[in-house]
Design a protein around this ligand. Structure first.
Ligand code: URA
Ligand code: URA
Length: 209
């Protein structure tokens, strides 16, 4: 997939506000015809820890902010468990910025690889402007976008160096909601190990600086 986008748009925005206002007016993106809302971020633009999810869901589409439905509540709890405040300590965004509507009565489907690739330059601009030290890649869509790899079960729990930043793939909270066991080795149990490792890295790079 080619990022032909850069031929048509300025590659660099001077501020997050400028990028956001441009994105809010966009009408040529692949999910614009679906009529779903542009959802960009919540949290603190000065945070050094960024969380990258998949795409807005129905609650996010309704409210215009990422991770405000059930997955978002679980995400907030995961962060709170290691004393990270989801409004103050983190910046939360997605790999795809409009909800992909489902078919056959389903409200939502997974974003396609073409959609992930199309929105990626915008995610890259968000990362450049926010300048996080650490990124959590929540689920396969986020890893496909930034690492060009999927297979979250194998990828999770490891640090990747991504253009001078640290990136940790983790299970998506929606996956944890479908797999509620807390037994040793379960997705929830593994997520607890992963978030503690993120906290350790955060203390090393951010909190104790
Ligand atoms: N799931 C995501 O990946 N992102 C959201 O914003 C909401 C749910
Ligand atoms: N599949 C996903 O897309 N994400 C997960 O976190 C787990 C399985």
């Amino acid at each position: 997939m080619q990022f032909g986008l850069f031929e048509e748009r300025p590659q660099y925005y001077t501020s997050l506000d400028e990028l956001v206002s441009h994105m809010m007016q966009m009408t040529d993106d692949p999910l614009y015809p679906a009529g779903t809302r542009m959802v960009i971020y919540r949290g603190n633009p000065d945070a050094r820890l960024m969380i990258i999810g998949e795409a807005p869901g129905t609650e996010e589409n309704r409210l215009g902010k990422p991770f405000v439905g059930r997955s978002g509540q679980l995400l907030d709890q995961i962060l709170q468990a290691v004393d990270l405040d989801s409004e103050k300590d983190v910046f939360i965004t997605n790999a795809v910025f409009r909800m992909p509507p489902g078919t056959d009565g389903r409200p939502i489907r997974k974003p396609t690889s073409e959609e992930i690739a199309w929105y990626k330059p915008f995610l890259l601009e968000i990362i450049r402007l926010i300048d996080p030290a650490i990124m959590i890649l929540m689920g396969n869509v986020a890893t496909e976008s930034l690492l060009e790899r999927v297979g979250i079960t194998k990828l999770r729990g490891q640090w990747f160096q991504w253009n001078g930043r640290w990136a940790m793939p983790m299970f998506h909270p929606a996956y944890l909601l479908r797999n509620p066991s807390r037994k040793q080795g379960s997705p929830k149990w593994l997520t607890w190990q992963d978030i503690q490792e993120v906290r350790r890295k955060y203390d090393e790079l951010v909190a104790n600086k």
